[in-house]
Design a protein around this ligand. Structure first.
Ligand code: UD1
Ligand code: UDP
Length: 362
């Protein structure tokens, strides 16, 4: 099959996952096109990742931007269709579970262009999460599934996906982490933000935690109790900034509110942290590999391997303070063995599968 490999990215977790795949395909001499949908567009949510991760300039930025789910997904679909039609790729590679991922998979499938899904098969079994809707639908139309964990392989198998189409390749987000590890400087990041020697990091942006004022109030109460035990650096996702501020987060002693951070600085802070409190998908994985205790303020995770083979624990808001205490006094120890194949070579595995697939379909 002729035509380039076309990657669609739109949000900051997409950029972190795509970087090692794009780099590995470049090494194998593959023709590539990088389409940025513009779902994330602030310099701190987008451009900084391209600079720091060595991603090439996108071939096109569709500038779709923000909106309600329906509006944003519809705008993405409309903007992507002419782009995919004109570029006639051999395969479209999509990442994770955001609206850009769903829109790209849908457009490609309707144009009969094969879709490769990186991070296929994750399931939280919570259909109130927009990401769960997106990832299930994408997996329905994908031709090639790249799984980051054995659980994901199992979910795809139970949903009837042909095992020949599923490739357990490890985690490209961890390729990025390991590839840039030497640049993560906890002391510099801590000093830049006036943090004491022992500190934690907190990130919250899931709609269930921040979208309605009551949920934001509950989250802020939990973070206040945590900040009474340890200073917390809180880089605010733009989605959550106003809700968490309105719920009183900025007036809390021990809370250091920050703008969204660039990847290298953020990972520097995380690497040096005594604990991370989060509802992020990627951060559960990154803390697992860095060996930093992670308390996830959610009732489910689509990444259970970070609990069984990592540092992650799911906590209710009322459990945060007592669990944090146990972490800080060293009562919580992580498993000895990390997740399988999270070894920094996922991008090369994905590139290998794609290039073989292109040869077979050429
Ligand atoms: C999206 C993904 C989520 C992912 C997160 C990663 C969906 C449905 N959600 O959530 O799965 O975990 O990205 O960060 O795709 N905004 C800005 N500047 C930006 C981008 C967004 O100010 O550069 C603000 C806008 O007010 C926007 C809001 O953030 O309405 C939400 O952005 P959106 O892309 O819709 O979803 P996220 O919450 O970022
Ligand atoms: N991240 C960053 N700066 C921040 C917060 C996050 O560089 O201030 C990085 C980090 O690598 C994280 C990734 O962006 O794993 C995705 O973050 P986010 O929590 O927004 O998305 P999710 O993984 O929940 O979809």
């Amino acid at each position: 099959m002729n035509g380039p490999v076309l990657h669609v990215v739109g949000t900051r977790p997409n950029f972190v996952k795509a970087a090692p795949v794009v780099a590995a395909l470049r090494t194998s001499g593959c023709e590539q096109v990088l389409v940025h949908t513009g779902q994330h567009y602030d310099e701190r949510m987008s451009a900084v990742f391209f600079r720091e991760l060595g991603l090439p300039e996108p071939d096109v930025d569709l500038g779709v931007g923000s909106g309600s789910h329906a509006r944003q997904t519809a705008d993405l679909v409309v903007a992507l269709e002419p782009e995919l039609t004109a570029r006639a790729p051999a395969v479209v590679v999509v990442y994770g579970d955001v609206n850009s991922t769903l829109a790209a998979a849908l457009v490609a499938a309707k144009l009969s262009i094969p879709v490769a899904h990186v991070e296929a098969g994750l399931r939280s079994f919570d259909m109130t999460m927009p990401e769960e809707v997106n990832r299930r639908l994408v997996d329905q139309v994908a031709e090639i599934h790249f799984a980051t964990s054995p659980e994901a392989v199992g979910h795809l198998s139970r949903e009837g996906v042909d095992p020949a189409r599923v490739h357990f390749v490890g985690n490209p987000m961890i390729d990025t982490l390991l590839g840039h590890l030497d640049r993560f400087d906890p002391a510099a990041a801590r000093t830049a933000h006036g943090l004491p020697g022992r500190y934690g990091v907190a990130t919250l942006h899931r709609p269930a935690n921040v979208d309605d004022p009551q949920a934001a109030g509950t989250a802020v109460r939990a973070l206040r109790q945590a900040a009474a035990q340890i200073d917390l650096a809180v880089p605010l996702h733009p989605r959550s900034a106003s809700a968490l501020r309105a719920a009183g987060l900025e007036d809390t002693p021990g809370i250091h509110l920050l703008e969204p951070l660039g990847y290298v600085e953020f990972m520097g802070l995380v690497r040096g942290a005594a604990v991370v409190i989060t509802d992020s998908g990627g951060v559960q994985e990154e803390t697992t590999v860095l060996g930093v205790p992670c308390l996830t303020l959610r009732s489910t995770t689509e990444r259970p391997v970070t609990v069984t083979h990592g540092t992650n624990r799911l906590v209710r808001h009322d459990e945060l303070a007592p669990t944090l205490h146990k972490v800080l006094v060293g009562e919580v120890t992580p498993p000895v063995e990390g997740p399988p194949l999270w070894d920094g070579r996922s991008g090369a595995r994905i590139a290998g599968v794609i290039t073989r697939w292109l040869e077979c379909h050429g």
